[in-house]
Design a protein around this ligand. Structure first.
Ligand code: F6R
Length: 236
């Protein structure tokens, strides 16, 4: 069973930030994969303020982006690189080395191959949980050995890009670090908040693993920590 840490909703971002700061202090050269989306936003705000306060430094760390929309233009507010820069990286001084996904300069296959190399030897990967059980853009149907690749997106994921993240147009595909590489990371943290995630978190952790819920494969990892707030953990 993974290590599941259930936290009061109003203490969630501080508690995860505490754990992250402790990890980064112990390992300043941390190579960490980061997601975007609504779940990590308050955590990133907290980490940025700890950096400003001088409690921690990202200067020697490397941040590897988890995923990126393949067909949103540079600068689109929903782009994962734009969002991660806005919410965290641009607020850190000095900033970490940042490895984005080269969706603008290369063809998709080349960009995915290059990012697969960048995603090797991660010390830590932070992940959000999709309402359909996706992690990154590893949508239902994904397999635990999948490589970093151009992935088709579920309709709900494409709609979220516009409705929730403010994309100017609906993306059709994304490049994502595959489950195979994620399972090779030394440690995984699954971040889950809000009552609307309660049922998919239960599916992820309690029912048999399977491709209908790619996040369920994360349980194969020996060092998976789930940071859930109380509403998200209410059905466990
Ligand atoms: C984003 C990503 C997605 C999200 C997931 C949850 O980089 O990889 O898998 O983590 O869709 O999104 P939120 O946090 O917005 O509910």
């Amino acid at each position: 069973m993974p290590d599941v840490r259930v936290l009061p909703a109003d203490a969630w971002s501080r508690a995860v930030a505490d754990a992250f700061v402790e990890r980064l202090r112990a390992e300043p050269r941390l190579r960490v994969c980061l997601p975007t989306g609504d779940t990590p936003s308050p955590l990133y705000a907290e980490l940025a303020s700890r950096d400003v306060a001088g409690d921690v430094s990202f200067a020697q760390a490397t941040v590897v982006l988890l995923d990126e929309w393949a067909d949103l233009p540079p600068g689109d507010p929903a782009r994962c690189d734009v969002r991660l820069r806005r919410e965290l990286l641009d607020r850190l001084a000095p900033p970490p080395r940042f490895v984005a996904i080269d969706v603008d300069g290369s063809d998709d296959e080349t960009a995915a191959r290059a990012h697969d190399v960048a995603a090797r030897e991660l010390d830590l990967a932070l992940l959000g949980l999709g309402m359909n059980g996706h992690v990154g853009f590893n949508e239902p149907g994904s397999r635990p050995e999948d490589p970093t690749r151009l992935a088709r997106l579920a309709v709900s994921t494409r709609e979220a890009a516009m409705a929730r993240y403010g994309a100017a147009a609906m993306p059709s595909a994304g490049i994502t670090i595959g489950l195979g590489r994620l399972l090779e990371a030394r440690e995984l943290w699954l971040l889950v908040t809000g009552a609307r995630k309660a049922s998919i978190l239960r599916r992820t952790l309690r029912d048999p693993e399977g491709p209908d819920c790619p996040a369920s494969y994360l349980r194969r990892h020996g060092r998976l920590i789930v940071f859930a707030d109380e509403p998200a953990a209410s059905l466990l």
